[in-house]
Design a protein around this ligand. Sequence first.
Ligand code: ATP
Length: 233
Amino acid sequence: MLKISNLQVAYGGIEAVKGIDLEVPEGKIVTLIGANGAGKSTTLRAIVNLVKSKAGSITYHGDELLGLDTTKVVDKGITLVPEGRHVFPDLTVLENLKIGAYMRKDNLDEDIQRIYGLFPRLEERSWQHAGTLSGGEQQMLAVGRAMMSRPKLLMMDEPSLGLAPLIVQGIFDIIETLNKEGMTILLIEQNANMALRVADYAYVLETGKITKEGSGKELLADESIKEAYLGKS
Ligand code: ATP
C-alpha cells in the first residue's frame, strides 16, 4: 500500500533521515520505534509532505507522493495524527470533529455517531471546549478528528505521549479496533512495548537509519531491543 525507498530528509545541513526503506501493507499495523530524535516524526511528515525530502521515493498504491501538496495526499486517504495532538482549544469537541472533515461536503452525522460510539467520552463532552479536556480525551479527539476524513491509512505520531498507563491501554485498544475494521495503521512510538504488541511488523530507527526490522513478536523477544527499548517492562 505504502512503500518508502531510500528516503532522505535534511534540515539545512543536518540529515535527519538517511536513506530508509519501509513498507506498510494494506490492512496491517506497522510501527516505527526509536529514541528521541531518531527521525520518526520527520519520516511521517515527509509522507504527507510537511517537510521536503532530499531524495528517494514514497509511493501509495504505486503513485508517487513526493512533491504532492499535503491536501492532495490527504485526498488519497492518508491522514496524520500529529504528536502533541493539536486540537483547537477554543472550539468545542463537536466543532473540532467537523474541522476534520473540512474537505467533505456530504453528511457528517453518520461519521460523528461512529466516532461517539468508539469514544463515548467525546459524546458526553461534545459542547465542551477542547482546551479543557484531559490529555487522554484530547488524544481521543485528535484520533476522532483524523477519522472524519475517512482515511485508509492512519498515521499516528506518539499517541501515548504523556498519558497515564490506563489511558494508553485505551488508546491502543482503539488502534486495534480501527485496524480490525479495515484501517491500515502506521504508528510511531517511544512506548516500544505497547507498539510491538499490536504491530504486525516493526522497524527500529536509530539516528536516521533503520537498524532492525521484523514482526512485532520477533522484536519483543530480541535481546538487543529488550535492552535498548523495553527496559524492565
Ligand atoms: P521525537 O520523538 O523527539 O519527535 P523523532 O524520532 O520523531 O523524535 P524527529 O523529530 O524526526 O525525531 O527529529 C530528527 C532529527 O531532526 C533531530 O535531530 C531533530 O533535532 C531534527 N529536526 C527535527 N525537526 C527539525 C527542524 N524543523 N529543524 C531542524 N532540525 C529538525
